[in-house]
Design a binder for this molecule. Structure first.
Ligand code: PMP
Length: 430
């Protein structure tokens, strides 16, 4: 019998790393089986410890929009590495990256660079509270904004009440100002503002949500978020860690035509290196230290290697036609999956924007988290493992979005659809 190197590494990892992984979803807990330990990646593929190749539809959960090992990015990173890893003093490249980001996201006049999406969302929240002098915040069920205490919260009982911690180690006091509402529910949103609008610091939202698979804010809901924030003097914060430079060159705000007050970015802006950012109007951003009273800092913030990687990535994605090609590719994938499912009579629905997509094992596209979570786990797991066995790696959880990169070829997409077709036959029979 051949040795399964993934299994061997997983057993070894579990003795030294909790659950064998450094971020929970990697552990395959929801889908069962052995996580694949990745040894290398190139273009649209990565390889596991058994040297099995996979077509990669997670792309490091979003950042790898150019595919793995893009030559221009590799060259920029290699050059940066020879100049030093980190200085703890400012560099010109940080200005260049800030300028590049601001040129593409018109709602932002200033930006601060940090190292993770969690840090960026947490800092944007502190800034919103500091700038408004208010405490309460709104978040939506199914949106993820990283693992800061105040944002790890599920809905309370009853409408527009304050939420409960979703994690051990978060005291109820840490979430006592967080109101959790149903996504796309305008009536709840209006009620929350009617009750608490005077002390509302901000509303934070994934305007195209990628942490409950793929769910769009309806145009009316997005518009009401903007209007109610303006009306009550609260800041509208778009968490675009996933959607920024992913659903289009100007993010979800560009797609929806809505201008938020603050924007949180991550993933693509680092091109696979630890880099994230938050930004907005000058008058708000200048309330941050060292000018203002809202403290925020980071040893590795604006890291010279990460900024080189981010800049090279932004240069490539800003080239004319990039998003048209990426969107077309993603549409070919989801439409192909849909046709294959239809042909076998398997209930299926799909959505995509730019290089981000979702699919559901039921006919109607869901509007909120509760509906997404009605997905039959066993059927999703059959699809997931069937694809994995055929060399296609999708997110190992039904509530995650998928990502297509510029490196995915027509042949990769055709092979993915063909692999899915075979599994749809099994699903149709059950
Ligand atoms: N916000 C959103 C919308 C995200 O999708 C994520 C991560 N998936 C985060 C924040 C947190 O980012 P990080 O994992 O870099 O801390």
């Amino acid at each position: 019998m051949t040795i399964d190197n993934n299994q061997r590494l997983f057993e070894r990892a579990r003795t030294v790393i909790p659950g064998g992984v450094n971020s929970p979803v990697r552990a395959f807990k929801a889908v069962g089986g052995t996580p694949r330990f990745i040894t290398r990646a190139q273009g649209a593929y990565f390889w596991d410890a058994n040297d099995q190749r996979y077509i990669d539809y997670i792309g490091s959960w979003g950042p790898m929009i150019l595919g793995h090992g893009h030559p221009a990015v590799v060259e920029a990173v290699q050059k940066a590495v020879t100049e030093g890893f980190s200085y703890g003093a400012p560099t010109e490249r940080e200005i260049e990256l800030a300028e590049a980001i601001l040129a593409l996201v018109p709602s932002m006049e200033m930006v601060r660079l940090v190292s993770s999406g969690t840090e960026a969302a947490m800092s944007a929240l502190r800034l919103a509270r500091g700038a408004t002098g208010r405490k309460h915040i709104i978040k939506f069920e199914g949106c993820y904004h990283g693992h800061a205490d105040a944002l790890l919260v599920k809905a309370g009982s009853g409408l527009a009440t304050f939420g409960h911690p979703t994690s051990g180690g978060v005291p109820p006091e840490a979430v006592q100002h967080t109101i959790v509402l149903e996504y796309n529910n305008v009536a709840q949103l209006e009620e929350a503002f009617a009750l608490h609008g005077n002390d509302m610091a901000c509303l934070m939202i994934e305007a195209i949500a990628g942490n409950m698979n793929f769910v769009r804010a309806t145009p009316e809901f997005a518009r009401r978020c903007r209007e109610l924030c303006t009306q009550h003097g609260a800041l509208l914060v778009f968490d675009e860690v996933m959607t920024g430079f992913r659903v289009g060159l100007h993010g979800a705000q560009g797609v929806l035509g809505i201008t938020p007050d603050l924007t949180v970015l991550g993933k693509v802006i680092g091109g696979g290196m630890p880099l994230a950012a938050f930004g907005g109007p000058r008058a708000i951003m200048e309330q941050l230290a060292p000018i203002g009273a809202v403290y925020q800092a980071g040893t590795l913030s604006g890291n010279p290697v990460a900024t080189a990687c981010g800049l090279a990535t932004l240069t490539e994605i800003a080239k004319p036609g990039f998003y048209e090609a990426l969107s077309a590719k993603t549409r070919t994938l989801v439409e192909g999956l849909k046709s294959a499912a239809d042909a076998e009579g398997v209930p299926f629905s799909v959505a995509s924007e730019g290089g981000m997509f979702g699919f559901f094992l039921f006919d109607e596209l869901p509007q909120n988290y509760a509906t997404v979570m009605t997905t039959d786990n066993a059927r999703f797991n059959t699809l997931f493992h069937g694809l994995l066995d055929r060399g296609v790696y999708i997110a190992p959880a039904l509530y995650e979005a998928g990502f297509v990169s510029a490196a995915h070829s027509d042949a990769d997409i055709a092979a993915t659809i063909e692999a899915a077709r075979q599994i749809f036959k099994t699903l149709a029979a059950h």
